[in-house]
Design a protein. Structure first.
Length: 157
């Protein structure tokens, strides 16, 4: 349903993200709050809609949608569990991003070292000592040396 909420620029996910607070609405209330989103959710069989923010510290990085086919609202305990799940998901997303950035940094350092015929440890040391300006990915993907752009049998990308 999140795709539908973006098409109408409304829904519990966007409200939870922008406010940083949990949002919940039944079918009737949701039609008034989100006139584009709610009919789509109801049409998919959902009667109660809610979202909780994905937080890392004080920063909201997204929101987790929850839907219920019955008209029974989520209880306080269920909302607490949802918030705990959202916080764990946020931590997982941040960890994945950190790993991806670390791998990108290593690939960039390795490419620079190869391009300049120097040892990787020298390049890393020079970056830390600010002897080499900030390294950036080449704008041309053909110049990158990473797993996303492997060489073919002829040595071309």
């Amino acid at each position: 349903m999140s795709s539908s909420s973006f098409h109408g620029a409304q829904g519990p996910c966007l409200d939870a993200f922008s406010s940083g607070r949990a949002v919940q609405a039944g079918s009737a209330d949701s039609r008034a709050r989100w006139p584009v989103f709610a009919p789509r959710a109801s049409g998919a069989g959902f009667q109660v809609m809610c979202a909780v923010p994905l937080r890392v510290g004080t920063h909201v990085i997204g929101a987790l949608n929850l839907f219920r086919g019955s008209d029974e609202p989520f209880t306080g305990a269920e909302m607490e569990i949802a918030q705990a799940m959202a916080e764990m998901a946020a931590i997982g997303l941040i960890q994945e991003r950190a790993l991806r950035e670390r791998n990108d940094a290593f690939t960039l350092l390795r490419s620079y070292a190869r391009d300049h015929n120097r040892k990787l440890s020298e390049i890393a040391s020079d970056v830390v000592d600010r002897k080499i300006p900030a390294l950036r990915w080449p704008d041309d993907p053909a110049k990158r040396d990473d797993a996303e752009f492997p060489l073919d049998a002829n040595g071309a990308r």
